[in-house]
Design a protein around this ligand. Structure first.
Ligand code: ATP
Ligand code: MG
Length: 409
């Protein structure tokens, strides 16, 4: 293989190509918890890279940072998908000797700064060195200036509003030079905040609700209700596809989806419940079943996509009546979100196009023309009293008959 003279002298090689990973809130934890969370974050990064087929030689933890040794151009972008990551930068490393730092900066600066563009060098430093961050920034600025001039460009520094910025991070064990920072989702690493059941439908909202809780470190167990003869054929397809998209945000794990057939409950409930309260009673049954699955799976909460006032079942009065007398840890992360805000997140996380798919069918045939919007406190309880079947037996039977779809993503 022939090597061009430029490549042979480059200070940027496959072996010093690195991704700097920064994380936020977990660095505020006590030492023991932080170590544990950092280890989980490191494993989650590894799983994300493997899932996307990114090659790397090593992932290393070092005082408030994680370093991925990889020259794969997609490594940074994929690491930026991991929950708990605040930002990442594709970088090149060198020793913390000023001569090496300045030479690397000069090469990187010359590559990215075009003739006529202004630049600035930003340096930060941790550890013991015989220079300050301002001094090394100045030396690197000079080195870039000289290199640009050598290359026939007109160098110009602008520290307030530069066209291009070169960043240096000097640490005890080595230094890193980079020009780009990609934002991560933030939050906590998946698996640090236990497991929760999510009531996942084929709609836009519930996948977003699940994702927001995943961002805070929760692993999810999707529970999907197939209303059988009342449901459009596309609904369960969409719910399962959305679950898969959500799983791809926390890859490398065995996952399961509960598909609950509740046609029998719907039929029996509708014998005594008038059309007005059907949605109320359908939702209350979903909560009860989700509670049973939560106990079975040793999970610690139930997530829904409810957003206050969005539809009939989500008025404050109805939400109270639906849960009145039940003791369940229900979480509604979208309660205070507007639909446009929810849609923005759905697009970003990759569920929107699945959720809006339609085959022209009505998605739920049990929804009446005029559902209750201002249920009285005890409405749902009163409806249950009229049931000609035993609700606890129905719950047990429904959970026992659930289809559990297992997969590894
Ligand atoms: P989404 O957009 O999430 O489908 P929605 O706008 O259809 O919600 P509702 O039908 O009132 O609103 O549902 C509110 C929440 O109840 C949903 O976000 C979801 O958490 C849960 N839910 C609704 N239908 C189902 C279903 N078939 N299976 C599981 N959960 C459901
Ligand atoms: Mg909704």
């Amino acid at each position: 293989m022939s090597v061009s003279p430029a490549a042979a002298t480059s200070l940027k090689t496959a072996s010093n190509s690195i991704v700097i990973v920064r994380y936020g809130e977990l660095s505020l934890k006590s030492k023991g918890v932080r170590e544990q969370y950092e280890q989980i974050l490191k494993n989650n990064i590894q799983q994300m890279l493997e899932y996307h087929g990114i090659s790397f030689s090593k992932i290393q933890r070092d005082f408030g940072r994680i370093f991925i040794h990889s020259d794969d151009p997609a490594a940074a972008e994929k690491a930026a998908l991991v929950f708990g990551v605040v930002s990442v930068s594709p970088a090149y490393s060198c020793s913390s000797k000023p001569a090496e730092i300045t030479a690397l900066c000069a090469e990187i600066g010359n590559e990215m700064i075009q003739d006529g563009e202004t630049f600035a060098v930003r340096a930060r430093r941790s550890g013991n060195h015989f220079f300050t961050s301002t001094e090394i920034a100045k030396q690197c600025g000079d080195a870039i200036w000289n290199k640009l001039a050598e290359a026939g460009k007109t160098p110009a520094v602008d520290l307030t509003d530069p066209d291009k910025e070169v960043f240096i991070e000097v640490r005890q064990s080595g230094s890193y030079v980079y020009s780009e920072t990609i934002k991560g989702p933030g939050g906590f690493p998946t698996g640090t905040q236990g497991k929760m059941v999510v009531l996942l439908s084929g709609g836009i909202d519930s996948p977003v609700a699940a994702w927001l809780m995943m961002k805070r470190g929760v692993e999810i167990i999707p529970v999907f209700f197939d209303n059988e003869e009342y449901a459009g054929s596309i609904v369960s397809e969409k719910a399962i596809e959305n679950a898969k998209v959500l799983f791809s945000w926390m890859p490398g794990r065995k996952q399961k989806i509960y598909r609950i057939k509740n046609g029998e409950y719907m039929n029996k409930m509708m014998q005594t419940t008038g059309p007005k309260n059907v949605c109320l009673m359908c939702k209350r049954f979903m909560f009860r079943i989700a509670g049973a699955v939560m106990m079975k799976e040793k999970a610690s909460g139930i997530i829904t996509g409810s957003s206050l006032g969005q539809v009939a079942s989500q008025t404050a009065e109805n939400m109270l009546s639906e849960t009145y007398g039940l003791s369940l840890p229900l979480y509604h992360p979208l309660l205070a979100f507007d639909k446009t805000e929810i849609i923005d997140i759905a697009r970003k996380i990759g569920t929107f196009d699945i959720s809006i798919r339609s085959n022209g069918e009505k998605e739920c045939l049990a929804v009446p023309e005029k559902p209750e919007v201002k249920a009285v406190l005890t409405a749902a309880v009163s409806e249950e009293e009229k049931f000609v079947f035993d609700i606890d037996e129905m719950i047990q039977k429904t959970v026992e008959n659930a289809e559990i779809i297992e997969m590894k993503i």
